[in-house]
Write a protein that binds this ligand. Structure first.
Ligand code: BEZ
Length: 252
């Protein structure tokens, strides 16, 4: 993953991630007592929602810091530390669920992740997920790329945001049948006057590794934020230009 998580700030200031994820859980069609893997469970907030629905949930994440928050907040849920592209379960589950995770996995590594999910599911098991789709945060990344250019650096986009067609093909190659797919805009209100700069600081980290001076990093962010004020700042609030890809697939 292209990030070091600030688990406390993520939990306090970016709770919209799991709040929006709530509606993704509604795509699951399984009876109470079904087993569910929450892949990339982060702070465990959605694992708890799945457990409240009567599922037997296991959360999995690769971040020690996020898992520490999850284990503290939800001691009744088992959490496992593992990489989404390299894991196996002792027993296959009925459902693999994931919210706001797969854009962190490079395009080249998606087939490995899908192979792990396939092996983790029972036959006819459900794979339900949402993440950043084609065009996600386009304006933010364009503004950052322009600021990087003006300072003499190339901006390397650290995320994977596929179209429905592209991701459906990956799923079919991995042995899944796609039963639901949608790509939709979801403008997302950020917290506070500094919301966009804080969003950049939380989520866009690796491109800044190339910029040595902290003062120059600050300038690049501030210039990008200024450039976006006309389009993403409305009536005192910042709105990030999120686009979601939401899908359901069955393991054949
Ligand atoms: C997303 O949830 O779409 C997302 C969040 C942070 C960085 C990139 C994508």
């Amino acid at each position: 993953m292209n990030i070091t998580w600030n688990a406390d700030k993520y939990t306090s200031d970016f709770s919209f991630v799991h709040q929006y994820g709530n509606s993704v859980t509604e795509l699951i069609d399984a009876k109470e007592g079904s087993t569910v893997l929450d892949l990339g469970c982060g702070n465990g907030a959605l694992s708890e929602i799945l457990r409240d629905k009567g599922y037997i949930v296991t959360g999995m994440d690769d971040s020690k810091d996020l898992l520490a928050v999850a284990e503290k907040n939800f001691p009744n849920i088992p959490f496992i530390r593992a990489d989404a592209t390299d894991f196996s379960l002792p027993e296959p589950v009925d459902v693999v669920f994931s919210n706001a995770v797969f854009h962190w996995i490079d395009k080249e590594r998606q087939p490995e992740m899908l192979r792990c999910v396939y092996n983790a599911l029972k036959e006819r098991g459900q794979f339900v997920f949402e993440f950043g789709g084609h065009g996600n945060n386009f304006m933010i990344h364009e503004a950052l790329a322009e600021s990087f250019r003006r300072h003499g650096y190339a901006y390397k986009m650290p995320f994977y945001f596929p179209t429905v067609g592209e991701y459906s093909a990956l799923l079919e190659n991995a042995g899944f049948q796609v039963t639901f797919a949608a790509l939709f805009d979801r403008p997302t209100k950020l917290r506070g006057e500094n919301g966009l700069k804080e969003w950049i600081e939380m989520f866009v980290q690796t491109p800044f590794d190339a910029v040595e001076k902290e003062s120059e990093r600050e300038c690049i962010k501030d210039e990008a934020v200024d450039r976006l004020r006309n389009s993403l700042y409305q009536n005192g609030d910042w709105y990030a230009d999120y686009v979601r890809i939401r899908m359901k697939a069955i393991r054949l």
